[in-house]
Write a protein that binds this ligand. Structure first.
Ligand SMILES: [Fe+2]
Length: 186
C-alpha cells in the first residue's frame, strides 16, 4: 500500500473518532485545518502538514480521552516519525513543532491562552505548559518556526462543528505530489 492509500485507510478507520474533547471528529478537524492552509495559499507541503498534523492520534489508538486520564501521548512525535518515512521535512517538521508552537504562543502572545479550548488547556499542562523565555528564543531559531506557527493557528481554529469544507479526496493529488518529492530525495 502506498503512503496516500495508507492515509486514506487510516482516516476511514479512525477518522470518525472524536477529536479529544472537541465538537468535531478527527477527520473534520484535519479537513478544516487543511482548508485554512489552502485558503491562505500555503505551499503544498504546508497544506499536507496541516491535513496530517494529528496523524499521531490516528496511529496510537489510545482512545479519545487521554488528556482527561492525565496521559500525554506525544502524538506530535509519533506523527513525525510515521510521516518521516513518507514525506519531506517541510511536512514533518511543522508537524513535529505544532505542540511546541502552542507552548511558544502561550509565552509570547498575551491573548493566545484565552482563546484555547478547555481540552487544549488541559493538554497544555501535560505537554509542559508555556515555554520559558529561553525556550521561546530557541524555538525562534528553528528553520520551520514560521510554518509551525501558521499550522498552530489553523489547528486552533479547526474545531467548528458542521463547517462545509472539501473532503479528503480533494487533497489526493497534493498528497501524491508531495510524497513523490520525498521519494526523489532518498
Ligand atoms: Fe490538531
Amino acid at each position: 500500500m502506498n503512503a496516500v492509500d495508507e492515509i486514506f485507510e487510516m482516516f476511514k478507520r479512525h477518522g470518525g473518532e472524536a477529536y479529544f474533547g472537541e465538537p468535531v471528529s478527527q477527520t473534520e478537524h484535519a479537513l478544516e485545518t487543511a482548508h485554512q492552509a489552502e485558503q491562505e495559499n500555503a505551499p503544498p507541503t504546508l497544506m499536507v502538514a496541516a491535513l496530517l498534523h494529528d496523524v499521531g492520534h490516528l496511529l496510537h489508538g489510545m482512545g479519545e480521552d487521554i488528556a482527561d486520564r492525565g496521559v500525554d501521548a506525544r502524538h506530535e512525535a509519533a506523527g513525525e516519525d510515521w510521516l518521516s518515512h513518507r514525506f519531506p521535512p517541510a511536512v514533518t517538521e511543522p508537524v513535529k513543532l505544532h505542540v511546541a508552537a502552542k507552548r511558544y504562543l502561550c509565552r509570547t502572545d498575551p491573548d493566545y491562552f484565552d482563546q484555547l479550548s478547555p481540552a487544549s488547556v488541559r493538554s497544555l499542562e501535560l505537554q509542559g505548559g508555556a515555554f520559558t523565555e529561553h525556550e521561546a528564543r530557541a524555538f525562534e531559531a528553528h528553520r520551520y518556526y514560521g510554518e509551525a506557527l501558521r499550522l498552530r493557528r489553523w489547528d486552533d481554529a479547526a474545531k467548528i462543528p458542521g463547517l462545509e469544507v472539501p473532503d479528503l479526496e480533494h487533497y489526493r493529488s497534493a498528497l501524491e505530489a508531495v510524497a513523490r518529492t520525498s521519494r526523489a530525495l532518498t
